[in-house]
Design a protein around this ligand. Structure first.
Ligand code: ZN
Length: 333
């Protein structure tokens, strides 16, 4: 029987000039198999993810930089592997855990908890996340798309998406004019997920939760960024500089709710507030580590510098003369 099959195969090879192969085989670096890929088949994929993350000077990147790197690594997966194969859940979970550990701890394997759940990070920006794809959902969706193309495209069954209720501060991450690392810290503040003293106390890591900046009140997110006398002073100086009234409350929610006639102006105020939040957090960390409190005037200088540099990067298309004059004043003053 085998002899007959071999004879037939040889005959076909001679007739076509092509060699008869067997599955599984490698094509463009990936295993082609009539069966689902095994965990072993995907080892190369996991190794690639780890190598890419470790190989890009990744230890020195900020949160925002690490997010960009993760997005790049995942986009490779999205554009190739997950479009072709249904990958094992274990492999997808492993890749997600590598990305999650790297985002929060600069390592590809860490037992420490994350500041924000990965599910929240993966939510669309309009729902308060960063728009990363949930690998398992994405994998099933893109593979299922082939079925859609073949069988049900004409029926337009997938035309409605269910929109969740939007969290109040959702537009903040959408403000692409803001400095990425400022946006990321602001996003963490919006989620109440920075490791402030009250959170560390609740984890029993520290004994006291006094604010580093004023030394009087308890350090919570609301106090540190919006109520502390130090933060209020910084906010007042920034408000004077940009000639724009800023709130003495949660400025993220305030900014999201506030209506501006001109969208460019709203976005620039968002850039300023994100810079203010970021530098308050940096000043707080410096105070914690070096026991040195940055003067509010110096902090505001840093905010101004970042905002000016950012505004120079964008060609702001705005027809309002008053807003253009306002921008010019900010950049020059
Ligand atoms: Zn304080």
């Amino acid at each position: 029987m085998d002899h007959g099959r071999n004879y037939k195969a040889k005959h076909e090879e001679m007739a076509t000039g092509m060699q008869l192969g067997t599955v599984p085989f490698k094509y463009l670096g990936v295993t082609v198999s009539p069966k689902r890929l095994s965990i072993l088949d995907c080892t190369i994929l996991v190794d690639n993810v780890v190598d890419r993350i470790r190989g890009m000077g990744a230890k020195h990147l900020s949160y925002a930089g690490r997010l960009v790197l993760i997005r790049a690594v995942l986009s490779t997966l999205h554009n190739y592997w997950t479009r072709i194969f249904i990958l094992p859940k274990t492999v997808l979970k492993k890749i997600e855990s590598i990305c999650r550990d790297y985002l929060w701890h600069r390592k590809t394997d860490s037992a420490s908890p994350a500041l924000v759940a990965w599910e929240r990070v993966c939510r669309p920006k309009r729902q308060g996340g960063w728009g990363l794809h949930n690998l398992m959902v994405w994998n099933m969706a893109v593979v299922a798309k082939y079925v859609w193309w073949i069988e049900i495209k004409a029926d337009h069954l997938w035309v409605k998406w269910v929109h969740d209720a939007m969290c109040e501060w959702y537009p903040w991450p959408l403000n692409a004019w803001a400095v990425p690392k400022h946006r990321f810290i602001s996003w963490l503040v919006g989620h109440n997920r920075l490791l402030t003293q009250d959170r560390l106390l609740s984890m029993k890591i520290i004994q006291s939760n006094l604010c580093y900046l004023c030394g009087i009140q308890q350090e919570t997110h609301t106090h540190l960024f919006f109520k502390c006398v130090y933060s209020r002073r910084c906010c007042k100086l920034v408000s004077d500089w940009c000639a724009e009234p800023l709130p003495d409350e949660d400025c993220i929610n305030w900014w999201c709710r506030k209506r501006y006639r001109n969208l460019s102006k709203k976005k620039i105020v968002g850039v300023i507030l994100a810079g203010l939040i970021y530098h308050i957090w940096m000043a707080r960390n410096k105070c914690r580590i070096d026991q040195e409190l940055l003067r509010p005037e110096k902090l505001v200088q840093l905010v101004k510098q970042d905002v000016r540099n950012r505004l120079k990067k964008f060609q702001i298309k705005c027809t309002s003369v008053s807003v253009l004059n306002w921008i010019e004043t900010i950049v020059k003053s």
